[in-house]
Design a protein around this ligand. Structure first.
Ligand code: MG
Length: 271
């Protein structure tokens, strides 16, 4: 059966991915592989997409990575076994290779202290119930609120953080579903650069993501391939490609399996 058209994907991608010396396919988790859920602990991957990711991984022609702001242990629980893939958590502050080697980049004490202080300020003011404290970031979750209330809560938490000058070691951003305060030093862009650096020269790198934090990755991937933004709301982006929805992500992965992975079966392995 022919694949449905994906108008946001440049046509050159498919033949280049199929014929090139190597392929690196990197996927953000929330909003890209997994539809958003009010209960974040139940944001499991789109069933069709995760099945295709496993098939692509088994093909061994494509190096796979899941790149997320979530810690790796949360990704493990939600993704289930994904033995052929790199997992990158906490926006690049931790990674695990397909052979199981875990790297945790240490957080400098001033940044850790600044995060603890920022968390304490929100808890003091009654916003602890919205707060997720990770090793290298804080997230104020507002997806449960109406759009108006979410915007008010984010503005209020942002104001509380800015009452005292924020440490220059921290970076804050409005993201889909909340407000985030992250340690500077590693981000999805540095994660992409590291993965590209580990790949064979000439590898085509493709990164799919939906959010503000993925823009670092879209910038980093431009030299060696293509960023693809997932979402139907127009906004400025460094991504050159676009998929409108989670269903289109599944279509993209199916086409990758059929045209990139399978079409060149027997042409060699990049493993
Ligand atoms: Mg996302």
């Amino acid at each position: 059966m022919p694949h449905p058209p994906l108008p946001g994907i440049p046509a050159w991608l498919w033949p280049r991915a199929a014929a090139g010396p190597g392929r690196l396919l990197m996927l953000d988790y929330d909003g890209t592989l997994a539809p958003f859920q009010l209960d974040r602990d139940k944001a499991f991957p789109h069933p069709r997409s995760i099945a295709l990711v496993r098939q692509i991984g088994e093909g061994r022609r494509t190096s796979l990575a899941v790149v997320s702001g979530r810690p790796i242990e949360a990704l493990d629980r939600l993704l289930g076994p994904l033995p052929a893939a790199w997992l990158v958590g906490e926006h690049g502050w931790e990674s695990r290779s397909p052979d199981g080697q875990l790297v945790l980049h240490p957080l400098a004490e001033p940044a850790g202290r600044a995060l603890r202080e920022a968390a304490a300020r929100l808890v003091e003011r009654g916003w602890g119930h919205c707060l997720e404290a990770k090793r290298t970031a804080l997230m104020v979750h507002t997806r449960a609120f109406s759009a108006r209330k979410a915007s008010e809560v984010e503005a209020e938490c942002d104001r509380i953080w800015r009452e005292r000058a924020l440490s220059p070691q921290l970076r804050r951003a409005r993201v889909d579903g909340g407000l985030e305060l992250r340690a500077r030093g590693h981000d999805k862009g540095t994660a992409v650069s590291e993965l590209v650096g580990l790949s064979e020269p000439g590898t085509l790198a493709v990164y799919l993501g939906d959010d503000e934090t993925d823009e670092d990755a879209f910038a980093a991937v431009r030299e060696s391939g293509l960023g693809i933004r997932v979402g139907d709301r127009p906004r400025p982006s460094l991504a050159l490609g676009r998929l409108e929805s989670w269903d289109e992500v599944a279509e993209f992965l199916e086409r990758w399996r059929d045209e990139v992975e399978r079409s060149a079966a027997g042409a060699g392995s990049n493993s």
